[in-house]
Design a protein around this ligand. Structure first.
Ligand SMILES: *[C@@H]1O[C@H](CO)[C@@H](O)[C@H](O)[C@H]1NC(C)=O
Ligand SMILES: *[C@@H]1O[C@H](CO)[C@@H](O)[C@H](O)[C@H]1NC(C)=O
Ligand SMILES: *[C@@H]1O[C@H](CO)[C@@H](O)[C@H](O)[C@H]1NC(C)=O
Ligand SMILES: *[C@@H]1O[C@H](CO)[C@@H](O)[C@H](O)[C@H]1NC(C)=O
Length: 574
Protein backbone atom coordinates (compact mmCIF):
# COMPACT_ATOMS: atom_id res chain seq x y z
CA UNK A 1 0.00 0.00 0.00
CA UNK A 2 2.14 2.72 1.25
CA UNK A 3 5.43 2.49 -0.57
CA UNK A 4 3.62 1.98 -3.80
CA UNK A 5 1.49 4.97 -3.15
CA UNK A 6 4.42 7.02 -2.24
CA UNK A 7 6.36 6.04 -5.28
CA UNK A 8 3.45 7.06 -7.45
CA UNK A 9 3.49 10.39 -5.78
CA UNK A 10 7.18 10.83 -6.30
CA UNK A 11 6.89 9.92 -9.92
CA UNK A 12 4.33 12.61 -10.49
CA UNK A 13 6.28 15.07 -8.53
CA UNK A 14 9.60 14.40 -10.15
CA UNK A 15 8.09 14.90 -13.53
CA UNK A 16 7.34 18.39 -12.36
CA UNK A 17 10.47 19.24 -10.55
CA UNK A 18 13.55 17.22 -11.44
CA UNK A 19 15.61 19.62 -9.38
CA UNK A 20 14.50 17.84 -6.25
CA UNK A 21 15.51 14.48 -7.61
CA UNK A 22 18.61 13.83 -5.61
CA UNK A 23 17.04 15.04 -2.40
CA UNK A 24 13.93 12.94 -2.61
CA UNK A 25 14.99 9.64 -4.16
CA UNK A 26 18.69 9.30 -3.66
CA UNK A 27 19.21 5.54 -3.42
CA UNK A 28 19.16 4.57 0.23
CA UNK A 29 22.71 4.23 1.20
CA UNK A 30 24.04 0.70 1.44
CA UNK A 31 24.90 1.07 5.10
CA UNK A 32 21.21 1.52 5.86
CA UNK A 33 20.19 -1.26 3.52
CA UNK A 34 22.56 -3.66 5.27
CA UNK A 35 21.20 -2.51 8.60
CA UNK A 36 17.64 -3.04 7.48
CA UNK A 37 18.42 -6.58 6.37
CA UNK A 38 20.03 -7.37 9.68
CA UNK A 39 17.10 -5.96 11.62
CA UNK A 40 14.63 -7.77 9.42
CA UNK A 41 16.26 -11.04 10.40
CA UNK A 42 16.12 -10.04 14.06
CA UNK A 43 12.40 -9.38 13.77
CA UNK A 44 11.92 -12.66 11.93
CA UNK A 45 13.53 -14.46 14.87
CA UNK A 46 11.29 -12.58 17.30
CA UNK A 47 8.18 -13.60 15.40
CA UNK A 48 9.15 -17.27 15.31
CA UNK A 49 10.14 -17.27 18.95
CA UNK A 50 6.65 -16.02 19.80
CA UNK A 51 4.92 -18.21 17.24
CA UNK A 52 6.72 -21.48 17.88
CA UNK A 53 6.24 -21.15 21.63
CA UNK A 54 2.55 -20.49 21.11
CA UNK A 55 2.24 -23.51 18.83
CA UNK A 56 4.11 -25.72 21.28
CA UNK A 57 2.60 -24.65 24.58
CA UNK A 58 -0.77 -23.05 23.88
CA UNK A 59 -2.28 -23.95 20.50
CA UNK A 60 -5.19 -24.51 19.86
CA UNK A 61 -6.00 -22.38 22.89
CA UNK A 62 -6.11 -18.65 22.36
CA UNK A 63 -3.00 -17.06 23.77
CA UNK A 64 0.29 -18.09 25.30
CA UNK A 65 1.35 -17.58 28.89
CA UNK A 66 5.08 -17.33 28.22
CA UNK A 67 6.38 -17.44 31.79
CA UNK A 68 4.57 -20.63 32.77
CA UNK A 69 4.40 -22.01 29.23
CA UNK A 70 0.69 -22.56 29.44
CA UNK A 71 -2.30 -20.98 27.75
CA UNK A 72 -5.34 -18.83 28.23
CA UNK A 73 -8.64 -18.99 26.35
CA UNK A 74 -8.71 -15.30 26.15
CA UNK A 75 -11.14 -14.78 23.27
CA UNK A 76 -13.81 -14.81 25.94
CA UNK A 77 -11.77 -12.68 28.30
CA UNK A 78 -10.76 -9.92 25.94
CA UNK A 79 -11.47 -6.55 27.40
CA UNK A 80 -13.13 -8.26 30.32
CA UNK A 81 -10.38 -9.45 32.65
CA UNK A 82 -12.62 -11.82 34.55
CA UNK A 83 -12.91 -15.18 32.86
CA UNK A 84 -16.46 -16.06 32.02
CA UNK A 85 -17.66 -19.59 32.41
CA UNK A 86 -16.63 -21.70 29.46
CA UNK A 87 -17.64 -25.19 28.39
CA UNK A 88 -15.62 -27.87 30.19
CA UNK A 89 -13.95 -29.33 27.14
CA UNK A 90 -13.38 -25.99 25.38
CA UNK A 91 -9.99 -25.90 23.70
CA UNK A 92 -9.98 -22.30 22.55
CA UNK A 93 -10.36 -20.76 19.11
CA UNK A 94 -6.70 -20.70 18.07
CA UNK A 95 -6.83 -16.93 18.32
CA UNK A 96 -3.07 -16.42 18.06
CA UNK A 97 -2.88 -18.67 15.01
CA UNK A 98 -5.65 -16.69 13.28
CA UNK A 99 -3.84 -13.49 14.16
CA UNK A 100 -0.57 -14.85 12.74
CA UNK A 101 -1.91 -15.77 9.30
CA UNK A 102 -1.22 -12.51 7.48
CA UNK A 103 2.14 -12.14 9.24
CA UNK A 104 3.19 -15.57 7.96
CA UNK A 105 2.50 -14.41 4.41
CA UNK A 106 4.38 -11.16 4.94
CA UNK A 107 7.33 -13.14 6.27
CA UNK A 108 7.09 -15.34 3.20
CA UNK A 109 6.20 -18.58 5.02
CA UNK A 110 3.63 -19.98 2.64
CA UNK A 111 3.96 -23.57 3.85
CA UNK A 112 3.16 -22.68 7.44
CA UNK A 113 0.34 -20.42 6.24
CA UNK A 114 -1.13 -23.28 4.28
CA UNK A 115 -0.87 -25.67 7.22
CA UNK A 116 -2.62 -23.14 9.42
CA UNK A 117 -5.37 -22.49 6.89
CA UNK A 118 -6.04 -26.20 6.52
CA UNK A 119 -6.11 -26.75 10.27
CA UNK A 120 -8.53 -23.88 10.80
CA UNK A 121 -10.69 -25.04 7.89
CA UNK A 122 -11.16 -28.40 9.53
CA UNK A 123 -11.30 -27.50 13.19
CA UNK A 124 -12.47 -23.99 13.89
CA UNK A 125 -16.02 -23.64 15.18
CA UNK A 126 -17.86 -20.67 16.56
CA UNK A 127 -20.75 -22.55 18.04
CA UNK A 128 -19.39 -22.12 21.57
CA UNK A 129 -21.03 -20.90 24.72
CA UNK A 130 -18.62 -17.99 25.14
CA UNK A 131 -19.34 -14.33 25.79
CA UNK A 132 -17.12 -12.32 23.50
CA UNK A 133 -16.40 -8.66 22.97
CA UNK A 134 -17.77 -7.69 19.57
CA UNK A 135 -15.06 -5.14 18.84
CA UNK A 136 -12.15 -7.39 19.80
CA UNK A 137 -13.60 -10.42 18.07
CA UNK A 138 -14.27 -8.35 14.96
CA UNK A 139 -10.78 -6.89 14.60
CA UNK A 140 -8.90 -10.01 15.62
CA UNK A 141 -10.94 -12.97 14.41
CA UNK A 142 -13.18 -11.67 11.63
CA UNK A 143 -10.40 -9.37 10.36
CA UNK A 144 -7.83 -12.16 10.58
CA UNK A 145 -10.09 -14.53 8.64
CA UNK A 146 -11.17 -12.21 5.82
CA UNK A 147 -7.64 -10.95 5.31
CA UNK A 148 -6.22 -14.47 5.24
CA UNK A 149 -8.98 -15.57 2.90
CA UNK A 150 -8.00 -12.86 0.43
CA UNK A 151 -4.31 -13.70 0.80
CA UNK A 152 -5.08 -17.37 0.26
CA UNK A 153 -6.95 -16.70 -2.95
CA UNK A 154 -5.04 -13.82 -4.44
CA UNK A 155 -1.96 -15.62 -5.60
CA UNK A 156 -1.76 -19.11 -6.98
CA UNK A 157 1.64 -19.76 -5.50
CA UNK A 158 0.48 -19.19 -1.94
CA UNK A 159 -1.39 -22.47 -1.64
CA UNK A 160 -1.29 -25.76 -3.43
CA UNK A 161 -3.91 -25.26 -6.15
CA UNK A 162 -7.23 -26.76 -5.20
CA UNK A 163 -6.35 -27.20 -1.54
CA UNK A 164 -8.37 -24.22 -0.42
CA UNK A 165 -12.08 -23.98 -1.00
CA UNK A 166 -12.99 -20.70 0.70
CA UNK A 167 -13.30 -22.32 4.10
CA UNK A 168 -12.04 -19.23 5.89
CA UNK A 169 -14.70 -17.17 4.19
CA UNK A 170 -17.39 -19.64 5.30
CA UNK A 171 -16.05 -19.35 8.83
CA UNK A 172 -16.02 -15.57 8.60
CA UNK A 173 -19.62 -15.54 7.39
CA UNK A 174 -20.67 -17.81 10.22
CA UNK A 175 -18.98 -15.48 12.69
CA UNK A 176 -20.47 -12.39 11.04
CA UNK A 177 -23.94 -13.87 11.40
CA UNK A 178 -23.31 -14.43 15.09
CA UNK A 179 -22.49 -10.73 15.38
CA UNK A 180 -25.76 -9.56 13.85
CA UNK A 181 -28.05 -9.97 16.90
CA UNK A 182 -25.85 -7.43 18.71
CA UNK A 183 -27.09 -4.75 16.30
CA UNK A 184 -30.72 -5.45 17.05
CA UNK A 185 -31.25 -2.30 19.12
CA UNK A 186 -33.54 0.73 18.72
CA UNK A 187 -30.51 2.79 17.72
CA UNK A 188 -28.71 0.30 15.52
CA UNK A 189 -25.70 0.71 17.78
CA UNK A 190 -24.36 -2.75 18.67
CA UNK A 191 -24.04 -4.24 22.13
CA UNK A 192 -20.42 -4.56 23.24
CA UNK A 193 -20.84 -8.19 24.28
CA UNK A 194 -22.52 -11.16 22.71
CA UNK A 195 -22.63 -14.88 23.32
CA UNK A 196 -21.40 -16.74 20.25
CA UNK A 197 -23.86 -19.59 20.74
CA UNK A 198 -26.89 -17.89 22.26
CA UNK A 199 -26.66 -14.37 20.88
CA UNK A 200 -27.74 -11.53 23.08
CA UNK A 201 -28.30 -12.62 26.67
CA UNK A 202 -30.71 -11.09 29.14
CA UNK A 203 -29.27 -8.38 31.41
CA UNK A 204 -26.34 -7.72 29.09
CA UNK A 205 -24.78 -4.32 29.67
CA UNK A 206 -25.98 -1.59 27.32
CA UNK A 207 -22.78 0.43 27.71
CA UNK A 208 -20.25 0.45 24.92
CA UNK A 209 -17.51 2.67 23.53
CA UNK A 210 -17.15 4.87 20.48
CA UNK A 211 -14.57 2.56 18.94
CA UNK A 212 -16.81 -0.41 19.79
CA UNK A 213 -19.53 1.04 17.51
CA UNK A 214 -17.39 2.89 15.04
CA UNK A 215 -14.66 0.46 14.00
CA UNK A 216 -16.47 -2.44 12.43
CA UNK A 217 -16.84 -1.18 8.88
CA UNK A 218 -13.56 -2.46 7.38
CA UNK A 219 -14.05 -6.07 8.43
CA UNK A 220 -17.83 -6.26 8.06
CA UNK A 221 -17.72 -4.29 4.81
CA UNK A 222 -15.09 -6.64 3.46
CA UNK A 223 -17.21 -9.62 4.50
CA UNK A 224 -20.16 -8.18 2.57
CA UNK A 225 -18.05 -7.48 -0.51
CA UNK A 226 -16.65 -11.01 -0.45
CA UNK A 227 -19.93 -12.79 0.15
CA UNK A 228 -22.33 -10.49 -1.65
CA UNK A 229 -24.44 -10.51 1.49
CA UNK A 230 -25.05 -6.85 2.35
CA UNK A 231 -26.23 -7.40 5.93
CA UNK A 232 -22.81 -7.05 7.53
CA UNK A 233 -21.79 -3.82 5.86
CA UNK A 234 -25.27 -2.36 6.34
CA UNK A 235 -25.25 -3.08 10.06
CA UNK A 236 -21.80 -1.57 10.53
CA UNK A 237 -22.62 1.44 8.39
CA UNK A 238 -25.90 2.10 10.17
CA UNK A 239 -24.09 2.04 13.52
CA UNK A 240 -21.40 4.36 12.21
CA UNK A 241 -23.92 6.85 10.88
CA UNK A 242 -25.89 6.79 14.13
CA UNK A 243 -22.68 7.39 16.07
CA UNK A 244 -21.77 10.28 13.83
CA UNK A 245 -25.24 11.79 14.30
CA UNK A 246 -24.54 11.87 18.04
CA UNK A 247 -21.58 14.24 17.68
CA UNK A 248 -21.73 17.57 19.42
CA UNK A 249 -21.97 20.91 17.65
CA UNK A 250 -18.16 21.00 17.88
CA UNK A 251 -17.98 17.75 15.88
CA UNK A 252 -16.66 15.91 18.93
CA UNK A 253 -17.78 12.55 20.26
CA UNK A 254 -17.65 11.12 23.76
CA UNK A 255 -16.00 7.88 24.83
CA UNK A 256 -18.85 5.70 26.10
CA UNK A 257 -22.55 5.52 25.37
CA UNK A 258 -25.70 3.52 25.86
CA UNK A 259 -26.78 1.42 22.87
CA UNK A 260 -30.46 1.30 23.85
CA UNK A 261 -30.99 5.01 24.44
CA UNK A 262 -28.27 6.44 22.23
CA UNK A 263 -27.18 8.75 25.06
CA UNK A 264 -23.60 9.54 25.91
CA UNK A 265 -22.27 8.25 29.22
CA UNK A 266 -18.73 9.64 29.21
CA UNK A 267 -18.56 13.01 27.48
CA UNK A 268 -14.82 13.41 27.64
CA UNK A 269 -12.84 11.97 24.79
CA UNK A 270 -9.54 12.13 22.98
CA UNK A 271 -7.78 10.09 20.32
CA UNK A 272 -6.75 7.21 22.59
CA UNK A 273 -8.49 4.34 24.34
CA UNK A 274 -12.16 3.89 23.49
CA UNK A 275 -12.13 6.22 20.50
CA UNK A 276 -8.91 5.73 18.50
CA UNK A 277 -9.99 3.35 15.77
CA UNK A 278 -13.19 5.28 15.09
CA UNK A 279 -11.09 7.99 13.41
CA UNK A 280 -8.85 5.42 11.80
CA UNK A 281 -11.78 3.55 10.25
CA UNK A 282 -13.48 6.61 8.83
CA UNK A 283 -10.39 7.35 6.79
CA UNK A 284 -9.45 3.79 5.92
CA UNK A 285 -13.04 3.02 4.91
CA UNK A 286 -12.74 5.92 2.53
CA UNK A 287 -9.60 4.45 1.01
CA UNK A 288 -11.05 0.94 0.79
CA UNK A 289 -14.59 1.71 -0.33
CA UNK A 290 -14.13 5.12 -1.88
CA UNK A 291 -17.34 6.65 -0.56
CA UNK A 292 -17.26 10.42 -0.24
CA UNK A 293 -19.37 10.14 2.86
CA UNK A 294 -16.53 8.59 4.84
CA UNK A 295 -14.23 11.35 3.74
CA UNK A 296 -16.66 14.06 4.79
CA UNK A 297 -17.11 12.53 8.24
CA UNK A 298 -13.38 12.04 8.65
CA UNK A 299 -12.54 15.51 7.49
CA UNK A 300 -14.85 17.19 10.03
CA UNK A 301 -13.75 14.85 12.78
CA UNK A 302 -10.07 15.41 12.05
CA UNK A 303 -10.42 19.16 12.08
CA UNK A 304 -12.17 18.98 15.44
CA UNK A 305 -9.37 16.81 16.84
CA UNK A 306 -6.73 19.27 15.71
CA UNK A 307 -8.70 22.13 17.10
CA UNK A 308 -9.78 20.82 20.49
CA UNK A 309 -7.37 18.05 21.45
CA UNK A 310 -4.08 19.14 20.05
CA UNK A 311 -1.61 21.02 22.16
CA UNK A 312 1.68 21.35 20.30
CA UNK A 313 2.76 17.79 19.53
CA UNK A 314 0.46 16.35 22.24
CA UNK A 315 -3.18 15.45 22.27
CA UNK A 316 -5.11 15.81 25.48
CA UNK A 317 -8.73 14.95 26.13
CA UNK A 318 -11.63 17.38 26.04
CA UNK A 319 -15.31 17.51 26.84
CA UNK A 320 -17.32 16.98 23.66
CA UNK A 321 -19.87 19.62 24.68
CA UNK A 322 -17.55 22.49 25.54
CA UNK A 323 -14.22 21.58 23.97
CA UNK A 324 -12.58 22.26 27.34
CA UNK A 325 -9.52 20.18 28.13
CA UNK A 326 -10.20 17.44 30.68
CA UNK A 327 -7.26 15.06 31.01
CA UNK A 328 -3.66 15.91 30.20
CA UNK A 329 -2.53 12.38 29.68
CA UNK A 330 -0.72 10.48 27.03
CA UNK A 331 -1.90 6.93 26.44
CA UNK A 332 0.19 4.47 24.50
CA UNK A 333 -2.73 3.74 22.16
CA UNK A 334 -2.50 7.33 20.89
CA UNK A 335 0.81 6.48 19.29
CA UNK A 336 -1.10 5.20 16.23
CA UNK A 337 -2.16 8.75 15.38
CA UNK A 338 1.01 9.81 13.54
CA UNK A 339 0.59 6.75 11.31
CA UNK A 340 -2.90 7.86 10.39
CA UNK A 341 -1.64 11.38 9.80
CA UNK A 342 0.89 10.03 7.33
CA UNK A 343 -1.92 8.42 5.34
CA UNK A 344 -3.78 11.70 5.45
CA UNK A 345 -0.71 13.59 4.37
CA UNK A 346 0.12 15.55 7.51
CA UNK A 347 3.73 14.42 7.59
CA UNK A 348 5.12 17.30 9.61
CA UNK A 349 2.51 16.99 12.35
CA UNK A 350 2.98 13.21 12.36
CA UNK A 351 6.72 13.62 12.72
CA UNK A 352 6.52 15.97 15.67
CA UNK A 353 4.03 13.85 17.63
CA UNK A 354 5.93 10.67 16.85
CA UNK A 355 9.13 12.24 18.22
CA UNK A 356 7.45 12.89 21.56
CA UNK A 357 6.34 9.28 21.82
CA UNK A 358 9.84 8.10 20.97
CA UNK A 359 11.13 10.38 23.70
CA UNK A 360 8.85 8.73 26.27
CA UNK A 361 9.75 5.27 24.94
CA UNK A 362 13.44 6.05 25.40
CA UNK A 363 12.86 7.40 28.89
CA UNK A 364 11.46 4.06 30.07
CA UNK A 365 12.73 1.57 27.49
CA UNK A 366 9.14 0.82 26.47
CA UNK A 367 5.94 2.88 26.37
CA UNK A 368 3.86 3.13 29.56
CA UNK A 369 0.13 2.69 29.08
CA UNK A 370 -0.60 6.12 30.54
CA UNK A 371 1.68 9.03 31.20
CA UNK A 372 0.70 12.23 32.99
CA UNK A 373 1.79 15.09 30.78
CA UNK A 374 1.21 17.76 33.37
CA UNK A 375 3.34 15.97 35.96
CA UNK A 376 5.78 14.31 33.55
CA UNK A 377 5.28 10.99 35.30
CA UNK A 378 3.79 7.55 34.76
CA UNK A 379 0.19 7.12 35.82
CA UNK A 380 0.18 5.49 39.29
CA UNK A 381 -1.81 2.41 38.24
CA UNK A 382 -1.47 2.16 34.46
CA UNK A 383 2.22 1.40 34.36
CA UNK A 384 2.07 -1.56 32.03
CA UNK A 385 3.31 -2.15 28.50
CA UNK A 386 1.55 -5.16 26.97
CA UNK A 387 3.83 -5.29 23.87
CA UNK A 388 1.63 -2.82 22.05
CA UNK A 389 2.31 -2.12 18.36
CA UNK A 390 1.21 1.49 17.87
CA UNK A 391 4.59 3.17 17.99
CA UNK A 392 6.13 0.61 15.63
CA UNK A 393 3.17 1.18 13.33
CA UNK A 394 3.67 4.93 13.06
CA UNK A 395 7.41 4.48 12.73
CA UNK A 396 6.76 2.24 9.74
CA UNK A 397 4.43 4.76 8.10
CA UNK A 398 6.79 7.66 8.69
CA UNK A 399 9.72 5.74 7.24
CA UNK A 400 7.68 4.89 4.16
CA UNK A 401 6.72 8.49 3.68
CA UNK A 402 10.11 10.08 4.30
CA UNK A 403 12.75 7.35 3.92
CA UNK A 404 14.56 9.17 6.70
CA UNK A 405 16.95 6.57 8.21
CA UNK A 406 16.31 8.06 11.63
CA UNK A 407 13.15 5.95 11.74
CA UNK A 408 15.25 2.83 11.15
CA UNK A 409 17.21 3.75 14.25
CA UNK A 410 13.99 4.14 16.19
CA UNK A 411 12.91 0.71 14.99
CA UNK A 412 16.26 -0.72 15.99
CA UNK A 413 15.99 0.60 19.50
CA UNK A 414 12.49 -0.85 19.78
CA UNK A 415 13.69 -4.25 18.61
CA UNK A 416 16.54 -4.12 21.11
CA UNK A 417 14.27 -3.08 23.99
CA UNK A 418 11.78 -5.82 23.24
CA UNK A 419 14.51 -8.44 23.18
CA UNK A 420 16.20 -7.10 26.26
CA UNK A 421 13.19 -6.62 28.53
CA UNK A 422 10.39 -8.85 27.30
CA UNK A 423 11.93 -11.94 25.72
CA UNK A 424 11.77 -15.01 27.93
CA UNK A 425 12.39 -18.70 27.21
CA UNK A 426 8.70 -19.31 26.54
CA UNK A 427 7.96 -16.34 24.26
CA UNK A 428 7.54 -12.61 24.80
CA UNK A 429 5.97 -11.41 28.04
CA UNK A 430 4.05 -8.21 28.67
CA UNK A 431 5.57 -5.68 31.03
CA UNK A 432 3.52 -5.17 34.19
CA UNK A 433 5.39 -2.11 35.39
CA UNK A 434 7.64 -0.05 33.15
CA UNK A 435 9.44 1.44 36.14
CA UNK A 436 10.66 -1.97 37.38
CA UNK A 437 10.32 -4.02 34.16
CA UNK A 438 8.49 -6.67 36.12
CA UNK A 439 6.84 -9.04 33.66
CA UNK A 440 3.37 -10.47 33.31
CA UNK A 441 2.47 -13.98 32.12
CA UNK A 442 0.76 -12.99 28.88
CA UNK A 443 1.72 -12.83 25.21
CA UNK A 444 -1.10 -10.99 23.46
CA UNK A 445 -2.04 -12.15 20.00
CA UNK A 446 -1.50 -8.62 18.65
CA UNK A 447 2.21 -9.01 19.29
CA UNK A 448 2.22 -11.41 16.32
CA UNK A 449 -0.48 -9.68 14.30
CA UNK A 450 0.92 -6.18 14.65
CA UNK A 451 4.07 -5.51 16.65
CA UNK A 452 6.23 -8.00 14.79
CA UNK A 453 4.52 -7.25 11.49
CA UNK A 454 5.05 -3.49 11.54
CA UNK A 455 8.65 -3.86 12.66
CA UNK A 456 9.24 -6.34 9.86
CA UNK A 457 7.62 -4.05 7.29
CA UNK A 458 9.77 -1.19 8.52
CA UNK A 459 12.81 -3.22 7.49
CA UNK A 460 11.37 -5.08 4.49
CA UNK A 461 8.46 -3.75 2.47
CA UNK A 462 8.57 -6.32 -0.33
CA UNK A 463 5.01 -7.32 0.49
CA UNK A 464 3.76 -3.86 -0.43
CA UNK A 465 5.47 -3.40 -3.74
CA UNK A 466 2.87 -4.71 -6.15
CA UNK A 467 -0.36 -4.19 -4.32
CA UNK A 468 -1.93 -1.47 -2.25
CA UNK A 469 -3.22 -2.53 1.12
CA UNK A 470 -5.08 -0.88 3.91
CA UNK A 471 -4.18 -2.34 7.28
CA UNK A 472 -7.00 -2.84 9.75
CA UNK A 473 -6.55 -1.59 13.28
CA UNK A 474 -5.28 -5.07 14.12
CA UNK A 475 -2.71 -4.99 11.31
CA UNK A 476 -4.52 -7.31 8.92
CA UNK A 477 -4.01 -6.23 5.30
CA UNK A 478 -6.98 -5.70 2.96
CA UNK A 479 -6.21 -4.98 -0.69
CA UNK A 480 -7.46 -1.78 -2.25
CA UNK A 481 -9.50 -2.92 -5.23
CA UNK A 482 -11.17 -0.84 -7.82
CA UNK A 483 -14.32 -2.91 -8.00
CA UNK A 484 -14.96 -2.34 -4.32
CA UNK A 485 -14.89 1.36 -4.91
CA UNK A 486 -17.52 1.53 -7.57
CA UNK A 487 -20.42 -0.25 -6.00
CA UNK A 488 -22.37 0.33 -2.87
CA UNK A 489 -23.37 -2.64 -0.78
CA UNK A 490 -27.05 -2.08 -1.50
CA UNK A 491 -26.54 -2.62 -5.19
CA UNK A 492 -23.70 -5.05 -5.07
CA UNK A 493 -25.18 -8.45 -5.60
CA UNK A 494 -22.81 -10.89 -7.23
CA UNK A 495 -24.18 -14.04 -8.77
CA UNK A 496 -22.66 -16.40 -6.25
CA UNK A 497 -20.62 -15.65 -3.22
CA UNK A 498 -18.20 -18.56 -3.29
CA UNK A 499 -16.73 -16.90 -6.32
CA UNK A 500 -14.13 -14.65 -4.85
CA UNK A 501 -13.79 -11.35 -6.52
CA UNK A 502 -10.10 -10.92 -7.03
CA UNK A 503 -10.11 -9.57 -10.55
CA UNK A 504 -9.39 -5.98 -11.39
CA UNK A 505 -6.98 -5.32 -8.61
CA UNK A 506 -6.52 -1.64 -8.32
CA UNK A 507 -3.00 -1.00 -9.29
CA UNK A 508 -3.79 2.25 -10.96
CA UNK A 509 -5.63 3.80 -8.06
CA UNK A 510 -3.14 3.61 -5.28
CA UNK A 511 -4.52 4.67 -1.96
CA UNK A 512 -1.80 7.18 -1.42
CA UNK A 513 -1.89 8.70 -4.84
CA UNK A 514 -5.53 9.34 -4.11
CA UNK A 515 -4.65 11.15 -0.95
CA UNK A 516 -1.67 13.26 -1.86
CA UNK A 517 -1.06 15.73 -4.62
CA UNK A 518 2.17 17.06 -5.89
CA UNK A 519 2.50 20.63 -4.77
CA UNK A 520 1.10 22.63 -7.61
CA UNK A 521 2.52 25.88 -6.44
CA UNK A 522 6.17 26.65 -5.83
CA UNK A 523 7.71 23.90 -3.76
CA UNK A 524 10.41 26.33 -2.71
CA UNK A 525 9.47 26.59 0.93
CA UNK A 526 10.31 22.94 1.28
CA UNK A 527 6.74 21.72 1.43
CA UNK A 528 6.51 19.04 -1.19
CA UNK A 529 3.28 17.54 0.01
CA UNK A 530 0.05 19.20 0.87
CA UNK A 531 -1.77 17.87 3.81
CA UNK A 532 -5.34 16.78 3.47
CA UNK A 533 -6.52 18.67 6.44
CA UNK A 534 -3.73 20.88 7.41
CA UNK A 535 -4.71 23.92 9.36
CA UNK A 536 -1.74 26.16 9.88
CA UNK A 537 -0.36 26.32 13.35
CA UNK A 538 1.58 29.50 12.97
CA UNK A 539 -1.02 31.60 14.75
CA UNK A 540 -1.50 29.03 17.45
CA UNK A 541 -5.24 28.74 17.07
CA UNK A 542 -5.28 26.45 14.02
CA UNK A 543 -7.31 28.99 12.08
CA UNK A 544 -6.70 30.23 8.58
CA UNK A 545 -6.91 33.81 7.37
CA UNK A 546 -6.72 33.44 3.63
CA UNK A 547 -7.27 30.71 1.09
CA UNK A 548 -3.51 30.58 0.65
CA UNK A 549 -3.20 29.14 4.15
CA UNK A 550 -5.30 26.17 3.19
CA UNK A 551 -3.35 24.67 0.36
CA UNK A 552 -4.67 21.91 -1.79
CA UNK A 553 -6.96 19.11 -0.83
CA UNK A 554 -4.92 16.01 -1.28
CA UNK A 555 -7.89 13.81 -2.02
CA UNK A 556 -9.35 15.71 -4.91
CA UNK A 557 -6.28 17.84 -5.68
CA UNK A 558 -8.55 20.86 -5.55
CA UNK A 559 -7.68 24.12 -3.89
CA UNK A 560 -9.25 24.55 -0.51
CA UNK A 561 -10.51 27.79 0.83
CA UNK A 562 -10.69 29.52 4.15
CA UNK A 563 -14.17 29.89 5.57
CA UNK A 564 -15.44 32.98 7.36
CA UNK A 565 -14.97 31.16 10.63
CA UNK A 566 -11.33 30.47 9.82
CA UNK A 567 -11.46 26.82 8.79
CA UNK A 568 -9.95 25.33 5.72
CA UNK A 569 -12.47 23.45 3.72
CA UNK A 570 -12.98 21.80 0.44
CA UNK A 571 -16.04 23.30 -1.10
CA UNK A 572 -17.22 20.75 -3.54
CA UNK A 573 -19.13 23.23 -5.67
CA UNK A 574 -16.02 25.28 -6.35
C1 LIG B 1 -10.53 -30.61 23.66
O1 LIG B 1 -9.36 -31.40 23.71
C2 LIG B 1 -9.56 -32.61 24.43
C3 LIG B 1 -8.21 -33.30 24.52
O2 LIG B 1 -7.59 -33.33 23.27
C4 LIG B 1 -10.60 -33.47 23.70
O3 LIG B 1 -10.83 -34.66 24.40
C5 LIG B 1 -11.90 -32.68 23.61
O4 LIG B 1 -12.85 -33.40 22.86
C6 LIG B 1 -11.66 -31.31 22.95
N1 LIG B 1 -12.86 -30.53 23.01
C7 LIG B 1 -13.52 -30.15 21.93
C8 LIG B 1 -14.74 -29.31 22.15
O5 LIG B 1 -13.15 -30.42 20.80
C1 LIG C 1 7.78 -21.53 8.55
O1 LIG C 1 7.38 -21.70 9.90
C2 LIG C 1 7.68 -22.97 10.46
C3 LIG C 1 7.13 -22.97 11.88
O2 LIG C 1 7.74 -21.98 12.64
C4 LIG C 1 9.17 -23.20 10.43
O3 LIG C 1 9.46 -24.50 10.91
C5 LIG C 1 9.69 -23.06 9.01
O4 LIG C 1 11.09 -23.16 9.00
C6 LIG C 1 9.27 -21.72 8.45
N1 LIG C 1 9.66 -21.65 7.04
C7 LIG C 1 10.25 -20.57 6.52
C8 LIG C 1 10.53 -20.63 5.07
O5 LIG C 1 10.56 -19.61 7.19
C1 LIG D 1 11.08 15.61 11.84
O1 LIG D 1 11.43 16.41 12.94
C2 LIG D 1 12.84 16.57 13.11
C3 LIG D 1 13.07 17.32 14.39
O2 LIG D 1 12.30 18.46 14.47
C4 LIG D 1 13.42 17.25 11.90
O3 LIG D 1 14.82 17.37 12.03
C5 LIG D 1 13.10 16.43 10.66
O4 LIG D 1 13.55 17.06 9.49
C6 LIG D 1 11.61 16.21 10.57
N1 LIG D 1 11.31 15.33 9.45
C7 LIG D 1 10.27 15.53 8.65
C8 LIG D 1 10.09 14.55 7.56
O5 LIG D 1 9.49 16.45 8.79
C1 LIG E 1 -19.66 -19.47 -8.80
O1 LIG E 1 -19.00 -18.73 -9.80
C2 LIG E 1 -17.81 -19.29 -10.26
C3 LIG E 1 -17.16 -18.32 -11.21
O2 LIG E 1 -18.07 -17.82 -12.12
C4 LIG E 1 -18.09 -20.66 -10.89
O3 LIG E 1 -16.89 -21.24 -11.33
C5 LIG E 1 -18.77 -21.56 -9.86
O4 LIG E 1 -19.12 -22.78 -10.45
C6 LIG E 1 -20.00 -20.89 -9.28
N1 LIG E 1 -20.52 -21.69 -8.17
C7 LIG E 1 -21.80 -21.96 -8.00
C8 LIG E 1 -22.16 -22.77 -6.79
O5 LIG E 1 -22.65 -21.57 -8.79
Amino acid sequence: MFPHKFRTLLTIFLAISPALLDQSVSEPDSHWEAKRRLLREKVRRMFYHAYDNYMTHAFPHDELRPLTKTYTDSLSELGNLKLEHLPQDYNGSALTLIESLSSLIILGNNTEFEKAVLWLSENLKFDVDARINLFECNIRVLGGLVSAHILATESTNRLVPGSYKNELLFLAKDLGERFLPAFDTPTGLPYAWINLKYGLTADETTETSTSGCGSLILEMGTLSRLTGDPRFESAALRALRKLWSMRSSLNLLGTTLDVETGEWIEHSSGIGAGVDSFYEYLFKAYILFGKEDYWRMFHSAYLAVQKYFRHGPWYHEADMRTGKATYWQLTSLQAFWPGLQVLVGDIAAANSTHREFVHVWKKFGVLPERYLLDHQMVHPTEKYYPLRPELAESTFYLYQATKDPWYIEVGESMVNSLNLYTKVKGGFASVRDVTTMQLEDHQHSFFLAETCKYLYLLFDDQFLVNQNYVFTTEGHPLPVMRDWQERLPETFIPTNWTFVKTDERTRRVSAMSLQLCPALSTPSHGQRMESACHVPDARGNHRCLTDEDCGIDSTSCRRRSCSMAGYCGLWLFL
